[in-house]
Write a protein that binds this ligand. Structure first.
Ligand code: NI
Length: 424
């Protein structure tokens, strides 16, 4: 038994934060939330009433190994960015680069309180084994382009070898996007997902040009396309971006197995537009939050993402009541974990996994922060720099600037070397 002492606890089921202790069992699950100094067991962390405890942040759409490609293509439109810069650089990536980029990303995520992520890329065995070693939780898939049975088989063997490992890895199928995977192959992938109980992670209507293709070439509505391909019948479907999903068609994809992943900063940086998040939330859809890869953001910082999500819709719609701090905190925690298929992840309550970010609220930006306004302080004044500890399944991965499962100096040095390899 271990304990996190005297913290201000908030999750998306709470109206007000609660000052207390969190008691964690040897299985990594929370056994009780108690009044301050009520928890028994070895003290993992003493918050002294100056620390907030929130569920670990969940990055629901990223490509972690792209940290090695950070900055190689700036200020270009998506298709040009992909075809002239990203795809040629990706051709040079070897398994050791994928591992190195993934580890670099994990340092960044862990130090900012992120405990869980959904990733689509290739050489994913490297990402899976790095995830297991780091102590993080992830939903992983092999990005599938074309009608390439080899890629699909790699994705399926990833599922066989890593799915369910240590309760921290879920493997999904990863058809890349409607513009990179032919429709009949997409239908085949969707059929396999349904048969084998695997989720699907898919890039969806990121740019306006894609919507135009549906209208002018496919002559089918986007929602009908998803339904006909069988994707809506996948046990879990993560639709990344969904910027151009027509808002009058959202009802058609409003299903409990479907999660829309909002990526505000990548959409802003690539000039893609803004997703109809107001309408999604009004319909009660499950909306998660992701950073996308580091070549299009360029941070894997969920605090930054929360702030962008909470601000941009207010500005576009000229309505400061939209997409509240509480909405985005839910998007960045429970909604992401549930969307990937992790059960018992994303709240701080008995029986749930002890995936927790501890945040220092003693600094100047938090004067006035209390049990009623904590979510607003975190989103509007907070930052990843305030994270003091990151815990997954009751195990601290990061505390007071130190990485407890990873050698950060070695990872950064190796990543520098690999970056030189792939850009020379
Ligand atoms: Ni992406």
């Amino acid at each position: 038994m271990t304990a996190i002492r005297d913290v201000l606890i908030w999750d998306s089921e709470r109206e007000r934060a609660e000052r207390g202790d969190i008691e964690i069992g040897s299985d990594g699950r929370i056994t009780a939330v108690l009044p301050p100094k009520g928890a028994k067991g070895e003290i993992l962390f003493d918050g002294r009433g100056e620390t907030a405890a929130i569920p670990g942040l969940v990055n629901a759409h990223t490509h972690v190994s792209m940290t090695l490609l950070r900055g190689i293509a700036e200020e270009l439109p998506l298709m040009e960015w992909l075809q002239t810069k990203i795809f040629p650089a990706e051709d040079r990536l070897l398994p050791q680069h994928i591992r190195s980029g993934a580890e670099l990303a994990m340092l960044e995520m862990i130090s900012g309180g992120t405990t869980c992520f959904a990733d689509m890329y290739y050489f994913m065995r490297e990402v899976a084994s790095a995830t297991l070693a780091s102590g993080m939780r992830a939903a992983l898939c092999r990005g599938i382009t074309g009608d390439d049975a080899r890629k699909l088989n790699e994705n399926l063997s990833l599922a066989e070898d890593f799915g369910g490992r240590e309760g921290r890895i879920i493997v999904q199928l990863g058809p890349h996007a409607p513009y990179t995977v032919p429709r009949d192959f997409l239908a085949r992938i969707a059929g396999i997902a349904k048969d084998r109980g695997l989720g699907v992670h898919f890039h969806w209507l990121e740019t306006e040009g894609e919507l135009k293709t549906f209208r002018d070439e496919y002559k089918i509505s986007p929602s009908e396309y998803l339904a006909q391909a069988g994707l809506l019948d996948a046990p879990k479907l993560l639709l990344a971006h969904s910027v151009w999903h027509p808002s009058d068609e959202l009802g058609r994809v409003n299903r409990s197995n479907v999660t829309l992943v909002h990526n505000p900063k990548s959409n802003l940086k690539l000039g893609s537009g803004y997703a109809p998040v107001r309408e999604m939330l009004d319909l009660g859809m499950n909306v998660a939050l992701g950073t996308d890869g580091a070549a299009s953001n360029n941070r894997l910082d969920m605090w930054d993402e929360m702030r962008a999500a909470a601000l941009m819709h207010k500005g576009y719609h000229k309505d400061p009541t939209l997409v509240s701090a509480r909405d985005v905190l839910k998007m960045a925690t429970l909604a992401g974990a549930a969307g990937m298929g992790f059960e018992g992840v994303g709240l701080i309550k008995a029986g749930w996994h002890a995936d927790i970010a501890l945040v220092d609220i003693s600094g100047p930006r938090y004067v006035g922060c209390d049990d009623r306004n904590l979510p607003e302080f975190l989103v509007y004044s907070g930052s990843s720099r305030d994270v003091r500890a990151t815990i997954v399944d009751g195990k601290p991965l990061y505390k007071d600037g130190c990485f407890l499962t990873m050698d950060s100096q070695e990872i950064v040095a190796k990543a520098r070397e690999h970056r030189r390899d792939i850009t020379k």
